[in-house]
Write a protein that binds this ligand. Structure first.
Ligand code: QAP
Ligand code: CO
Length: 166
C-alpha cells in the first residue's frame, strides 16, 4: 500500500508534471493508487497525495473496499465549460477527520488520457464533477482547505492541532 501524505506536508503544494510515458510502471501506479484509495475508504486519490508529482488521479464514488463502483482513471486532465454552482461537504484523505462545505461547478467537461494514452472526453455533473474538480486541484498543489474563508481555515488548523496533541 502507498503512504498518503497528510496536510501540511509541503509536497502537497507542488504543481505536478504531465505524464509522458504510458508504460507498465504507470499501470502499476494506477493500480496501487486504486487499492490505497479503497483501503482508506476514499472516493478519490491524486498522485501528489502519494508523493508522486504526476498529473493523474483515480475516482470511485462507490466508496471503499466493500462498495466498489466504477473506477475512473484520469491522466493529464483538462477541465472546461464549467456551468452552475454546487455546494458540497468535502473531505480529503490528506486532511483526515475534517470536512467543510466548498462551492464547485455543477457541470464540467473534462478531456484526459486513459492508461494507454488514448484521448478521452467526459461530461460530468453532481458528485462526479465535484470529485474531478477536487482531485484536479491536487495536481496544482491546491487543497480544499485552501478554498475556505480565513476564519474557517483558522478553525480548521485549531481542530487539526488539537487532534495531534491529544
Ligand atoms: C475527494 O475525498 C472528494 O476525513 C475525496 O477521515 C471529496 O475520499 C470528492 C476521507 C468530496 C468528492 C467530494 C476523509 C476518509 C475520504 C476523511 C475522500 C476520513 C476518511 C475523503
Ligand atoms: Co483530496
Amino acid at each position: 500500500m502507498l503512504e498518503i501524505l497528510k496536510y501540511p506536508d509541503p509536497r502537497l503544494k507542488n504543481r505536478a508534471e504531465p505524464v509522458q510515458v504510458f508504460d507498465l510502471e504507470l499501470h502499476q501506479l494506477l493500480d496501487e493508487m486504486a487499492e490505497t484509495m479503497y483501503a482508506a475508504d476514499g472516493i478519490g486519490l491524486a498522485a501528489p497525495q502519494v508523493g508522486r508529482s504526476y498529473r493523474l488521479f483515480v475516482i470511485d464514488l462507490g466508496q471503499g473496499e466493500h462498495k466498489k463502483g466504477k473506477l475512473y482513471e484520469f491522466i493529464n486532465p483538462e477541465l472546461s465549460d464549467g456551468e452552475g454552482t454546487i455546494a458540497f461537504e468535502e473531505g480529503c484523505l490528506s486532511v483526515p477527520g475534517f470536512t467543510e462545505e466548498v462551492n464547485r461547478k455543477e457541470k464540467i467537461r473534462v478531456t484526459y488520457q486513459d492508461r494507454n494514452g488514448k484521448k478521452m472526453e467526459l461530461m460530468a455533473e453532481g458528485l462526479l464533477a465535484v470529485a474531478i474538480q477536487h482531485e484536479n486541484d491536487h495536481l496544482d498543489g491546491i487543497l480544499f482547505v485552501d478554498k475556505l474563508s480565513p476564519l474557517k481555515r483558522r478553525l480548521m488548523k485549531k481542530k487539526l492541532q488539537k487532534a495531534v496533541t491529544l
